[in-house]
Ligand binder design. Structure first.
Ligand SMILES: Cc1ncc(COP(=O)(O)O)c(C=O)c1O
Length: 411
């Protein structure tokens, strides 16, 4: 064998694990991540004709025209280059103004642009949590907040919301007990996906005071803050209303929900200015920057999108009420109208095994719902229905659910 052939064969041997004795595997922390049960149900629906998909967290409407036009203009003008790691100054500036109007003075130096909310969550977690750190998360919860810290080797402990006559509520004492002095980070999402639970200002104050005392970071996922139906107005209570900008609070946000920009992958973080240099390094090694023409469209969304967001929220509120009313007429369904987000998380006969139930619903009723178990063990017994679509479509879904349950119970 020639020297080079020997080298090639040695290399192939190493690749096939011949010398290492192990099959090529990802790190344990990655292999241990939970696959998405929502995806698994959705995959079961591929090829099912006329399935009504209410399983994912997005509207059935396209991004508003004025935002799409802004992106087209930016592309036509040649916005195709890398940008600053933390985002273009006009977008950081526009976001600082937007956040200031909602939550009090925030400067450009406290804002970083990200490649949507998921990337913002990853960056926030990478900034403060590492291997062996203790992280607490309030569940049921969109899985990403629980799984992301695990990728970094952190240990995640969950504190469950409780379900009762008032819908989902937080047992504050239980949460504070879990936030022990050694805890590194709290991951909390309000308004919450999947339950719609929305933290009160008093609860936020108590948690903030506690975390201040023990030096615990709060990563507040506030991507649904504008999808809020409470009496107080156009935005849900936020940790940013209470915290100064230079303490251990990082707020995660996104263009996906309030401007219907899921596929654009644009979001932002509000964080202490002292973190920004390190955050810039993390952005560099993750994505380097958000796409440049998308950022330019983001400026227009923030500056000109208020009327759109307000009308979107009015439509969502009407859809929520419509769906709650319709579901309440089905025997065995227990559903309430939550204060925020765009989901109903409700119980129904058979949901004790929600994953199996949702697969059967796709197969037999052509109805796409997300199983409660996808959001943690506490979510078992429930299913999630995203109501961000027009009421006629919701009605078709309700009719299918009614028929499916009637055929199962024989009623
Ligand atoms: C609670 C929560 N946080 C963050 C996100 C991130 O969304 P995106 O990455 O599209 O901004 C979602 C999306 O559904 C979500 O439900």
């Amino acid at each position: 064998m020639s020297e080079s052939a020997g080298a090639v064969s040695a290399e192939l041997g190493a690749l096939s694990g011949e010398h290492g004795g192990h099959a090529p595997n990802a790190r344990d922390a990655v292999r241990d991540l939970r696959p998405s049960q929502i995806r698994e149900v959705a995959n079961a629906g591929f090829g099912v004709p006329d399935v009504l998909p209410f399983w994912f967290g997005e509207s059935d409407r396209v991004t508003p025209q004025f935002i799409r036009d802004a992106a087209s203009r930016a592309l036509a003008d040649g916005a195709t280059f890398y940008t600053h790691n933390l985002g273009i100054a006009p977008l950081r500036d526009a976001l600082a103004g937007y956040v200031s109007a909602l939550h009090g003075t925030t400067t450009l130096g406290h804002v970083a642009v990200t490649s949507a909310g998921v990337n913002a969550l990853m960056l926030a977690a990478q900034l403060v949590a590492g291997a062996g750190d203790r992280v607490v998360a309030v569940t049921p919860l969109w899985p990403n907040l629980v799984e992301i810290p695990k990728i970094l080797g952190a240990h995640v402990e969950t504190v469950s919301l409780t379900y009762g006559a008032d819908g989902w509520t937080l047992d504050l004492e239980r949460l504070l007990a879990a936030l022990t002095p050694g805890t590194r980070m709290l991951m909390i999402n309000s308004p919450n996906n999947p339950t719609g639970w929305t933290m009160t200002r008093d609860e936020q104050r108590t948690v903030l005071d506690h975390c201040r005392r023990h030096g615990i970071w709060i990563v507040a996922d506030e991507v649904y803050e504008r999808l809020y139906y409470g009496a107080e107005g156009r935005v849900a209570p936020s940790f940013l209303d209470l915290a100064t900008r230079d303490e251990r609070v990082i707020a995660v946000n996104s263009f996906s929900k309030a401007w219907l920009m899921t596929g654009w992958r644009l979001g932002w973080l509000v964080a202490p200015a002292a973190l920004m240099d390190d955050l810039g390094k993390l952005v560099e090694y993750n994505t380097s920057c958000a796409p440049s023409f998308v950022q330019q469209a983001g400026v227009v969304a923030v500056q000109e999108g208020e009327r759109f967001t307000e009308s979107l929220v009015a439509d969502l509120r009407a859809s929520r009420d419509h769906l709650v009313g319709a579901l309440q007429t089905i025997p065995g369904v227990d559903v309430r109208a939550p204060l925020g987000a765009m989901y109903l998380f409700f119980s129904l006969p058979g949901a004790g095994r929600s994953f199996e139930l949702c697969k059967a619903l796709v197969r037999e009723a052509h109805l796409g719902l997300a199983p409660g178990s996808a959001f943690g063990a506490e979510g078992e017994g429930f299913v999630r229905w995203c109501y961000a679509c027009d009421p006629a479509r919701l009605d078709r879904g309700v009719a299918r659910l009614r028929e499916f349950l009637a055929s199962r119970t024989g009623s």
